[in-house]
Design a binder for this molecule. Structure first.
Ligand code: AMP
Length: 115
C-alpha cells in the first residue's frame, strides 16, 4: 500500500494544516505557498483519482461537489468570484498526485497569467 498523500496526512491530523471546509466527500485547505490573496485547495477525501481527467471519468458527481465547494469558499473568503486551476501531470506543474483544485480569489489586476 502506498503512503498517504500530504493532503490526507493533513486531513487525518498527522501533519498541521488549516482545514477551512469539510463535507462527507471533500475538504479544503489553505495553500502553504499562496499565489493570490485567497489560494485554497479543494480535495476529495478519496485518493483514488490522480488528476481531474481521471476524476471526470470516474466520478463526475464528485467533481461537481468540488466545484460547489470552491464557490462556497469564494463566497466565504473572497468576493464570490474565483479562478479554478487543475494541474495535470508533472510537466504542467502538478506535484501532488491526489487530485486537487486550486481556488484563487481576490486576484490583483493584471496578475491572471503566470500560474
Ligand atoms: P500542484 O503543484 O498542482 O500539485 O499543487 C500542490 C499544492 O500543494 C502547491 O500549491 C503547494 O503549495 C501545496 N502544498 C504542498 N504542501 C502543502 C501543505 N503542507 N499545506 C498546504 N499546501 C501544501
Amino acid at each position: 500500500m502506498s503512503e498517504p498523500s500530504i493532503f490526507t496526512r493533513i486531513l487525518t491530523g498527522d501533519i498541521p494544516g488549516e482545514i477551512l471546509l469539510e463535507t462527507e466527500r471533500v475538504f479544503a485547505l489553505r495553500d502553504i505557498n499562496p499565489q493570490a490573496p485567497m489560494h485554497l485547495l479543494v480535495i476529495p477525501k478519496t485518493e483514488q483519482y490522480r488528476d481531474v481527467t481521471e476524476l471526470a471519468v470516474g466520478d463526475p458527481g464528485l467533481l461537481a461537489e468540488m466545484v460547489a465547494a470552491a464557490k462556497r469558499l469564494a463566497d466565504e473568503h473572497a468576493n464570490g468570484e474565483y479562478r479554478l486551476i487543475f494541474n495535470n501531470g508533472a510537466g504542467a506543474g502538478q506535484s501532488v498526485f491526489h487530485v486537487h483544485a486550486h481556488v484563487l480569489g481576490d486576484i490583483e489586476e493584471n496578475k491572471l497569467v503566470g500560474f
